[in-house]
Ligand binder design. Structure first.
Ligand SMILES: C[S@@+](CC[C@H](N)C(=O)[O-])C[C@H]1O[C@@H](n2cnc3c(N)ncnc32)[C@H](O)[C@@H]1O
Length: 296
């Protein structure tokens, strides 16, 4: 497996993070030769280390309400010191099924799991997951293009997301919390004349499975220096739809910690895991609101 975990945590920033937050617990665990760190503050937990290992060793079975997984896609992106490329597709899937099985184990019986993947790998995940969970929706996150588009084939303008539950009779779906304006094509609101007093039709609806959210761009307020940051709008819809206030959300590949940042704003608790120290620093700032400026 690629993506070594740095055994050293000597940066001034981390020292400052520990000092600034008295309620924050920092635990260092030595496991054979691999180490991870845990930070906790007001219901938000951050792990710095390997997702599969931390899931297996730290997270109790059936303890998580909502899991959002946005893993490396095996398409050769560079995430700080981690190269997102496996020797073969089979190697990638073997690695992925480990954290996927762990995620299913830690999901509550009425919990929900969202999985993102590349368009190439998603068919494998779909076949794998439909044997273990109920796939309620196959979502397409469609975005506008930026930069050069493919000229000899149809360039990809979307990323697929699976929306899965453990029990299709018992799961959270807050449709009212995520309603959007229905596009009827009419310029004026349609009137329901069957009512005693004619009133405009309710023009709001639960969104379908094609979601339009712009990608995070350099000049946007939420932008962080990361090659695959997901927009807050995307996570807001997922979190509002599939969890309630006070619920516990898990993101095993946190990146810029969008899930935890949005979850915290919406009154949820969170567990985030990230292997790269560069992105851990983003998380400590974004989730714990520790100052970005290093101490000298
Ligand atoms: C696609 S990005 C996640 C982006 C995130 N959803 C966001 O909004 O910023 C995947 C992340 O997984 C991290 N990663 C790679 N291997 C990992 C591992 N074994 N354990 C934990 N994190 C890992 C990478 O450093 C990268 O930041």
């Amino acid at each position: 497996m690629r993506g070594n975990i740095s055994p050293k945590y000597t940066s001034d920033f981390l020292a400052k993070a520990k000092k600034l937050s008295p309620s924050q617990k920092t635990i260092t665990k030595f496991q054979a030769i691999v180490m991870f760190q845990r930070y906790e503050s007001s219901g938000q937990i951050i792990y710095h280390g390997d997702a599969t290992q931390i899931l297996a060793q730290e997270i109790p079975s059936e303890s998580i309400d909502l899991i959002f997984i946005d893993p490396p896609y095996n398409i050769g992106k560079q995430f700080a010191n981690f190269t997102d490329k496996w020797a073969s597709e089979a190697d990638y899937l073997e690695w992925a099924y480990q954290w996927l099985d762990e995620s299913i184990r830690v999901l509550k019986p009425n919990g929900t799991l969202y999985l993102m993947a590349s368009t190439q790998a998603m068919p494998y995940f779909d076949l794998y997951l439909r044997k273990k969970l109920t796939i309620l929706s196959r979502i397409v996150w469609h975005y506008d293009s930026s930069g050069v588009q493919a000229k000899k084939y149809f360039g990809s303008m979307y990323e697929p997301i699976l929306h899965c539950v453990k029990n299709k009779q018992d799961y959270i779906f807050n449709g009212d919390a995520i309603k959007i304006e229905a596009k009827t094509g009419a310029k004026r609101k349609l009137i329901d004349y069957r009512k005693a007093i004619p009133t405009p039709y309710n023009s709001e609806k639960v969104p379908g499975n094609v979601w339009n959210f712009p990608r995070v761009r350099y000049r946007m307020a939420e932008y962080e220096n990361h090659p695959s940051q997901k927009p807050e709008s995307l996570l807001e819809r997922i979190i509002l739809a599939s969890s309630n206030e006070g619920d516990l959300i898990l993101d095993p590949f946190a990146g810029t910690f969008t899930t935890a940042a949005v979850g915290k704003r919406l009154g949820r608790r969170s567990i985030s895991i990230e292997s790269q120290e560069e992105y851990l620093k983003i998380g400590l700032r974004r989730v714990f609101e520790v100052d970005k400026t290093p101490v000298f």
